[in-house]
Design a protein around this ligand. Structure first.
Ligand code: SF4
Ligand code: MG
Length: 274
């Protein structure tokens, strides 16, 4: 693995994450993907909302925006519209992205705006001590679901694909090489790319659901996260408790800021730019 220290604000370390938290692993994968693709640090903006995962940009040596809860994609859309030549990356959590930020998510997907979004999905609101999120599995426990969660959770990859994202992939903190490769692929594509990174929260989700240590949670990913060929072979009942990882969707569609620039250029040619 290459040395990626140059992408980190080492002066801000140590980080705030609990021992065994998966978020450092996902952050490591994101900067390794940035290195792999060779993005210019001075032309890359990293935007986050609020939550444990959203602290990540504070440790990343780029132009970074730590914004308000659920609004990372709204801020990122503004940055991309104003400066379409920049690489814009959103780092967000499952609560931030899929609950309060859900509408921003579906419309960013629908527009196919050139933003790479990486969702650190730990199935819980970690920073506020373990409330259930739209990604908490049914029948799991949370501080706000002490008798078991009766909500159904989203399939975030299916949701973003249906909403119009043009690259969708999922990996876990156990499958780090896959995660790096998917984020790198997402970064190299022009439209809205979405990567879901399953990341363990041993402190709130793990402890409340008696999942054991961080190592045990990683072992769960190892045993239950299946690539499409293996997952698709299973019958409906056998899929319960399993999760599909891999590159799940990829399609070429016009990118939003490119389309917008085309209209601006056509109008200025007509002398109608105002
Ligand atoms: Fe990580 Fe959970 Fe601790 Fe937040 S609360 S830092 S997600 S282990
Ligand atoms: Mg979360």
């Amino acid at each position: 693995m290459p040395d990626v220290t140059k992408y980190l604000r080492v002066q801000n370390l140590p980080h705030i994450w609990c021992a065994g938290c998966g978020h450092g692993t996902v952050l490591g994968a994101v900067v390794r993907a940035i290195d792999k693709v060779g993005l210019d640090k001075d032309k890359t903006v990293v935007v986050s909302g609020i939550g444990c995962s959203s602290r990540a940009p504070g440790y990343m040596d780029f132009d970074t925006l730590h914004t308000t809860h659920g609004r990372a994609l709204a801020y990122a859309t503004g940055v991309k519209m104003a400066r379409p030549e920049l690489n814009v990356i959103v780092i967000t959590g499952d609560g931030d992205l899929a609950a309060i930020g859900g509408n921003h998510l579906i419309h960013a997907c629908r527009r196919n705006i050139g933003i790479t979004t990486v969702c650190f999905n730990n199935s819980i609101y970690g920073m506020t001590s373990g409330q259930y999120s739209p990604m908490t599995p049914r029948h799991s426990y949370a501080s706000t679901a002490p008798y078991g969660n009766i909500d159904r959770s989203f399939d975030l990859c299916a949701l973003t694909q249906a909403a119009g994202a043009t690259y969708v992939a999922r990996a876990t903190t156990y499958h780090v090489t896959l995660l790096i490769n998917y984020v790198a692929k997402a970064l190299s594509r022009p439209g809205f790319s979405f990567v879901e990174a399953l990341s363990q929260c041993p402190t709130y989700y793990g402890r409340r659901n008696k999942l054991g240590t961080a190592t045990k949670m990683l072992e769960w990913y190892k045993e239950n996260a299946l690539m499409p060929a293996a997952y698709d072979r299973l019958g409906e009942e056998e899929r319960a408790g399993k999760v599909k990882i891999g590159e799940l969707y990829s399609i070429d569609e016009p990118e939003y800021t490119t389309e917008y620039a085309r209209i601006v250029a056509a109008l200025s040619e007509r002398g109608d730019s105002k």
